[in-house]
Design a binder for this molecule. Structure first.
Ligand code: F6R
Length: 265
């Protein structure tokens, strides 16, 4: 795992966007795992900017989102399908037929989990999985005690997640209590994980995820099991990390990071 700390949210988002852009340029038919949430809004704005200003080409890219709320129609403005269209897909040259989210309206949640896993396999697996971390320690909606080998399935959301996300709903009572999410095991099968975490409210959980003991109580700790992980965070989210000096040294000295040292705003 490598951890890169950038000064601001904007700088961290730029770096993450540049890493994704480099991967798309290296493999135009990239299979990209996507996340939603407030943190990703800045990153998607940067990807849209790279598409507009530097002709970043999404025409062959295929995407699989981590999760979708159960019981919301795709047109519902709180669904993750709506979020993705609104923040990214409507503004880039992606073929929407190549964009996938779990079907939150399914009558067969188990079957939907299997179908989603098969679709990922048929696409050849995920090349890069983008991840945020929730304050409950989740990746996707893998709430505490999600098995580290779990697969795509429906999960009950924790009161903390409901409190964190219900503010996004005009009527907070409409926030679904369940979601379909890729499992921790599904996420760990991606070739590479790119984790973006920003803001002071995430400092404690980020330190647990990166430096704490691996436990299903904090599913984000499972990223420590993956051989190819980049964590990009801002100064505010970094304050509880104990290995900061070493992480900075790697970023400032390892040749692979040279093209990215001056990226920021
Ligand atoms: C959503 C998802 C979640 C979020 C996490 C952080 O698709 O995967 O794990 O990444 O809840 O959300 P924000 O960025 O809103 O704090």
């Amino acid at each position: 795992m490598q951890v890169v700390v950038r000064p601001t949210k904007a700088d961290a988002s730029w770096l993450a966007a540049r890493l994704i852009a480099a991967a798309i340029r290296a493999k135009p038919q990239l299979v990209l795992g996507l996340a939603t949430g407030r943190t990703m809004e800045r990153l998607y704005a940067k990807l849209v900017q790279l598409h507009r200003e530097e002709a970043l080409d999404f025409s062959l890219v295929r995407t699989f989102n981590l999760d979708e709320y159960i019981g919301l129609l795709p047109e519902d403005e709180n669904s993750y399908r709506y979020y993705m269209n609104h923040h990214l897909f409507d503004h880039i040259n992606i073929d929407k037929r190549n964009t996938h989210l779990p079907d939150g309206m399914t009558q067969d949640e188990k079957g939907e989990g299997r179908r989603y896993e098969e679709a990922i396999s048929e696409a050849g697996g995920i090349d890069i999985q983008l991840l945020g971390i929730g304050r409950a320690g989740h990746i996707g909606f893998n709430e505490p005690l999600s098995a580290l080998q779990s697969r795509t399935r429906s999960k009950a959301l924790t009161p903390l997640t409901i409190a964190e996300n219900s503010g996004e709903f005009a009527d907070s009572a409409r926030m679904p209590r369940r979601a379909i999410t890729m499992g921790v095991g599904t996420i760990l099968e991606a070739q590479r994980l790119l984790v973006l975490v920003t803001g002071e409210t995430k400092a404690e959980i980020l330190a647990k995820a990166v430096e704490g003991p691996i436990t299903s109580m904090v599913s984000a700790t499972a990223i420590q099991l993956h051989p190819n992980v980049q964590v990009v965070c801002d100064e505010e989210a970094s304050t509880a990390l104990s290995g900061r000096e070493y992480y900075d040294w790697i970023f400032n000295n390892e040749p692979e990071w040279a093209p990215y040292r001056d990226i920021g705003e």
